[in-house]
Design a protein around this ligand. Structure first.
Ligand SMILES: C[S@@+](CC[C@H](N)C(=O)[O-])C[C@H]1O[C@@H](n2cnc3c(N)ncnc32)[C@H](O)[C@@H]1O
Length: 307
C-alpha cells in the first residue's frame, strides 16, 4: 500500500485498521485517540495476527524498562518487535496466563498499540479509552510497553445515565489511560482547555468563579443524549465535550490527530472544529455512512476505501 502523505486532505478510511496502519508515516500524529470495542472476544482476536516478537537483541536494549523512545520498533510485514523489551514480555506472559479472556482482547489490541506508538510524534500523546473491566490489566501492560515514566494520567469520565444496579455500586464511568511518547517533550497546554464551574463557587473570589476552574482528571460529562443535537445514531458515540478537552490540551492548530476506531467520527469532528487535521479509520460500513453524513458540511474531507 502506498504511504499516506500527511500534507493532503483530512481522511476517513474504510478498512481494518491493522491493514492500513503500516501505510501511515512514523511520528506523524500529535494525538492518537483510541476507543476500541470492549470485550472483542475470540472472534476478533482470531482475525488479527498475533505477531509481536521480542528478540534477544532488542530485549537487552529495553530491558531496563525505560520503554518509549529508547528501544526500537520494527513494523515489517508479519513481525513487530516490541520497544519495551524483555520486561514487557515477562509481564505480558504472567498477566495473560492469569486471565485468558483478557489474552484475547490484548491479542487484538497489542499490534495496534505498537503502531499507535510508532505513529506518535515525539511530542505526541495517546488517549486509550477503556472499560473498567479492562483498564487495570491494560495499565500494567502499557506501563511495560510504553515505559512507566510515559504514563501521564488516568482520566475518569463519570456520567450518570441509565439503569442502576442494586446489588453493587452502579458502574457509571469509563477510564482513559494517557501515555506520552516522550515525557520530556510532550505537548500539553492546560490554558487551552474549556474550564468548568467550581463545585462551591462561594468559596472562591467572584473573578475566579466567573473564570471557572481547570478540569482535573475526573470529568463529569453527560453521555450523548439519545434525543440531543449531537446524536448521530451510532451506538457507541462519545461526547464532543470529552474529545474536545483532549484535543485542546494535547495538540496545536494544524497538528494531525488519528483515531483508528473512529465509529461516528467524534474525534474528527472535534479536530475539524478546532483547526486540527485528522485521519479516521473504521472497518464498519455503518460507521462510514454515519461519518459521511456527519462530515457532509465540512469541506476537504476525503473518503478512502481499503484496496
Ligand atoms: C467504541 S466504537 C468507537 C466510537 C467512537 N469513539 C465514537 O465516538 O463514535 C469502536 C469502533 O471500532 C471499530 N472497529 C473495531 N475493530 C476494528 C478494526 N479492526 N479496524 C477498524 N475499526 C474497527 C468498530 O466498527 C467501531 O465503530
Amino acid at each position: 500500500m502506498t504511504r499516506v502523505a500527511l500534507d493532503g486532505p483530512d481522511r476517513i478510511i474504510h478498512a481494518d485498521n491493522l491493514e492500513v496502519l503500516p501505510s501511515l508515516p512514523d511520528g506523524a500524529f500529535t494525538l492518537v485517540y483510541l476507543d476500541p470495542p470492549f470485550n472483542t472476544g475470540r472472534s476478533q482476536a482470531r482475525r488479527s495476527t498475533r505477531h509481536v516478537r521480542v528478540d534477544e537483541t532488542d530485549a537487552s536494549a529495553g530491558a531496563s524498562g525505560t520503554g518509549g523512545g529508547t528501544g526500537s520498533t520494527g513494523t515489517g510485514a508479519g513481525t513487530i518487535t516490541g520497544f519495551a523489551g524483555k520486561r514487557y514480555e515477562r509481564i505480558r506472559g504472567d498477566l495473560l496466563r492469569y486471565d485468558d479472556r483478557f489474552d484475547d482482547y490484548w491479542a487484538f489490541l497489542e499490534p495496534r498499540l505498537l503502531h499507535a506508538w510508532r505513529l506518535l510524534a515525539d511530542d505526541g500523546t495517546l488517549y486509550l479509552h477503556l472499560d473498567y473491566r479492562e483498564a487495570h490489566y491494560a495499565k500494567v501492560l502499557l506501563d511495560a510497553l510504553f515505559g512507566r515514566e510515559c504514563f501521564l494520567n488516568e482520566i475518569i469520565w463519570a456520567y450518570d445515565y441509565g439503569a442502576k444496579a442494586k446489588r453493587r455500586w452502579p458502574t457509571k464511568h469509563d477510564t482513559v489511560l494517557v501515555y506520552v511518547k516522550d515525557p520530556d517533550r510532550y505537548w500539553f497546554d492546560s490554558s487551552a482547555v474549556d474550564r468548568e464551574p467550581y463545585m462551591a463557587p462561594g468559596l472562591v473570589t467572584p473573578e475566579k468563579a466567573e473564570l471557572g476552574k481547570l478540569p482535573t482528571d475526573v470529568w463529569w460529562h453527560t453521555i450523548v443524549s439519545p434525543t440531543g443535537r449531537e446524536k448521530t445514531g451510532y451506538p457507541t458515540q462519545k461526547p464532543v465535550g470529552i474529545l474536545r478537552r483532549m484535543v485542546q490540551a494535547s495538540t496545536r492548530e494544524g497538528d494531525w490527530v488519528l483515531d483508528f476506531f473512529a465509529g461516528s467520527g467524534t474525534t474528527g469532528a472535534v479536530a475539524a472544529t478546532l483547526g486540527r487535521r485528522f485521519v479516521l479509520v473504521d472497518e464498519n460500513a455503518e460507521a462510514i455512512e454515519v461519518m459521511r453524513r456527519r462530515f457532509a458540511e465540512i469541506s476537504g474531507v476525503e473518503f478512502v476505501a481499503a484496496e
